[in-house]
Ligand binder design. Sequence first.
Ligand code: SF4
Length: 456
Amino acid sequence: MPFRDECGVFGICRQTEASRQTYLGLYALQHRGQEAAGICSGDEEGLHLHKAQGYVADVFTEAVLDGLPGDAAIGHTRYSTTGGNVASAAHPFLIHGRFGQVALCHNGNLTNTGELRDRLIAEGHTFTSPSDSEVLLALINRAQADTLEDAVVAALREAKGAYSLLILTDDALIAARDPHGFRPLAMGHMGETHAFSSETCAFDLVGASYDRDVVPGEMVVVSRRTGEIRSRFPLPKVQPKPCVFEHIYFARPDSLVYGQSVMVARREMGRRLALRHPVEADLIVPVPDSGVSAALGYSEQSGIPFDFGIIRNHYVGRTFIEPKQNIRSFGVKVKLNPVRHLLAGKRVVLVDDSIVRGTTSKKIVQMVREAGASEVHMRIACPPTTHSCFYGIDTPKRQHLIASYMPLEEITAFVEADTLGYLSLEDLEGCMGDTDGQGFCYACFTGNYPVAPSTS
Ligand code: SF4
């Protein structure tokens, strides 16, 4: 709940209504970013781009989609992890350069953007936005290479950090994932149509079947003309480190991420949490929506009944006008409301996915108590979040992460819970089937960063 979302990408080719399918794909990925959305489509005339700030449903009307013809498209829904919420940072980016028209969008953060940007500026390049995608496009355009494909490889060899990217050209749809595979990218098809998506929930909506993930370090090139697929591994091989937080919080529970069911992983987190931190209680209540699956697992394991003791208003926009007279915890109250008759007099176990600053958790505990709960026990379906993310997830600076500077007892007192229990790292690894603890990035819990954090 306290982390905010990141970006989603979707691409499709050899599909007559490519931009409309991409629109649907982005619709399914809306939870990954609500600041801006964009689609670039391609037909025999060239590439066509539309992007703007706002929700997918607001950015794309019938008329706008009519202006995005062609049999191939890539799209992006953005949450501003870098560069703030500025219109110029919306994806995809489109250039007309040495290799003709090239459009690119990506999910993730490069850790050496500052260094690359400074170098490109010194070479005379001008940027229109703070986006890493524009840096990648500039690198592609200036690469010493004869073909676009080799230019992409040259650019990716210079980029460090996290990227799952999609590129559209007159000839091809290209998908690539950084060697650690920090961010997800799935591949699917329906008939002759090939599709790529951050999460498989988008495939479900457009009717594509999930085939496999783009493997960390892989570049997949689909010919728009013939449909031929070529796979290359042009980058040095490293131990893959996909982001475990996708399974804890970001992804939709109906998605497969890294080929694993998010719902199954979250339920297992809840089960192990119940084994690790049992408590005598009357009711298991999730903090909606991201705590729901883990709360179900906790309830199944403990035998304590589950119920929706807090209801989330799904129609709250990004901003709302607050009353002039300050109402305590208004920001949380507008999104979450307790079901008093369920909570009154009950010993409640409140299950959430994570605690970041601690301030939201405190307000939710207060809300549940004010609704009449006699005890409130917090259970968190991940280990204490002690370090910031540099790979595309919007976390506060380390000094604002409550678990980085407070021991468990003090956090318990701060959030005003009767007891507080986190999932252990060992249990989290177990939930993910990660037998040697090497299979995922856990850096926000351990500080063991697979790629040196950004200095820019
Ligand atoms: Fe995911 Fe945390 Fe690693 Fe960032 S630091 S990629 S949020 S596991």
